[in-house]
Each structure stands twice: as structure tokens, then as C-alpha cells.
Ligand binder design. Sequence first.
Ligand SMILES: NCc1[nH]cc(CCC(=O)O)c1CC(=O)O
Length: 307
Amino acid sequence: MTLRLGTRGSALALTQSQMVADALTAATGRPVELVRIVTPGDRSDAPVARLGVGVFVSALRDALLAGEIDFAVHSYKDLPTGEHPGLHIAAVPAREDPRDALIARDGLTLAELPPGATVGTGAVRRIAQLHALGLDLQVTPIRGNVDSRIARVLGPEADLDAVVLARAGVARLGRSAEITETLDPMLMLPAPAQGALAVECRADDTDLIELLSALDHAPTRAAVLAERAMFATLEAGCSAPVAAHAEIAEGDDGDEIYLRGAVISPDGVRAIRLSRTGTPAGAAEIGKALAIDLLDAGADTLMGSTE
Ligand SMILES: NCc1[nH]cc(CCC(=O)O)c1CC(=O)O
């Protein structure tokens, strides 16, 4: 029987969903059809910060719970932290490059942008880290899909010197050649789970969970678990921008996880950066412990604790 994969209608969502559909068919022989779901986030022009991260996700989850679709593919970083009752993340496929990317006019890098250059991004995490560089950049809030953001720099009506985007989204849309600098995590630590996908289905759909597990990539799952555990623990105690990046490397005694985290004041003037290592099996505990380290170091004072 053909499986129904629910997807948003954006070019990025369609591309990601088609990639997962093709991988599933290749691994299991099961045909997959894409079912388009319109989310309130697609209909609104309001800033994502006001709509909340869940807007792109809840319409897909409603369709899943209503049985209109069998599974959904989300950009993992857009998922709210915490388990959703009745649903299960059955696979976390191998992650794309999690770093952020700069697309600037005339092939410029961050260091080559002149003082006062306009750089577009909507994410508080990127805004804070751009300010932290001390380059006198004019950070301009933007939103919209990946193509329209790139058009703000390279399109016929370009009005910005540069934009910062997730490299993964640009790559999936086949536009990596337009990236003028991939930002080192030393300058721009990525968002928790950036570049990763979550393949979700109903928690009681055991046959499908078994089928989808063919797409799971254990190192990516562990890295994302660590990053999001850190994020979830910080959310409770601190409302300042948060960044996280975990890497899995082969050590002498098996695999090691190396998690870096940062909390930055929105104006970029103060930042706390810390890291922890451990085994992938302890990913969630490492994330939680790093969040507590960050809070102990004063993360909550970077913006004031949540009201
Ligand atoms: N916030 C929107 C969003 N959600 C997922 C991606 C693509 C990258 C990814 O899968 O992490 C993007 C675009 C961006 O941040 O530039």
C-alpha cells in the first residue's frame, strides 16, 4: 500500500519530503505519495518570532493524528522541545552540514563586508552572534522562504548586502554555489538540531515505525538529542538566544560526543560558551549537564530570567 507523506508546500519542505520518500522507497520498496498540507505559518507574513516555532509543525501533526497522512518530515530545529502525545519520531536521517552560511554581494565574506553593511536574518541567535563580532553590521530582520531571502541580496530588487541562512536549506535547494562563506561555529554556533530532519508518525503505528527505522542514523540522533536536551533545560531558566552543536567522533574507547553550547545576550555584548564530552549513549544527560553549567555561569542574567 502507498504511504502518505504529509508536507508543507514550500520548496524546501517539498524537497526534504521527496528526499525522504525516495530513500524510504529505495530501502524498503514501499511507494510513497506526497500530500500537501497548508499551515498557518504559510499563510501569514508575521515574523516567525511572533507566530512561534510550532506554526509550521502543528498542522502536519493535526493531519497525522486525524489519520489523513501516515507520516511527516520536519526540519528538526523547528520542532518544539518535548514529546508530542500520540506521536513518535521514528527516524532521524543523516544530517546535512549544520553550519550557517553567508550569501553576500560580490562574493564577500563577513570580514570583507564594509562597516555599516546590511545583513538580513530573522533568528535572534544569528542576530546576537552577528552583533558579537563587533563589525558594526546593520542587522536587518527578514523572513520568508529561502529563495526570497537570497533574492534580497542577489535578486533584481536586492536591498541588502548579505543574508545569513542555514547551509542545509540552501544546499537542499541546490543553491550552495551562491554561498560566499560557510560560517565557522567559532563565529556562529548553529541552532540546536540545525540541518537534521525528524521523520514522525503515530506512536501506535508499530509496523510503520519499524519500516521508518531503516532511515535512522544513530550518530545524528545522538547529536540532536544532546543539543535539544541542552536547549530544553535552558528554556526553563533563560530566555536569551541559545546555540548548540554536537559532533560524534571515533575515540580510542569507542565513539565520543563533543557538545558545545552558547548563550548570547541579544545585543551580542556578552556570551557564555562552554562544552562537554561523553559517550553518545549519555547524549541527553550531557546536554542537560551542559545547560546547567551554562546557567551556573550566569546564562539567565544575559536577558533576565523568564517572567
Ligand atoms: N528557520 C527556518 C528553517 N528551518 C529549517 C531550515 C533549513 C535548515 C535546517 O534544516 O536546519 C530553515 C531555514 C534557515 O534557517 O535558514
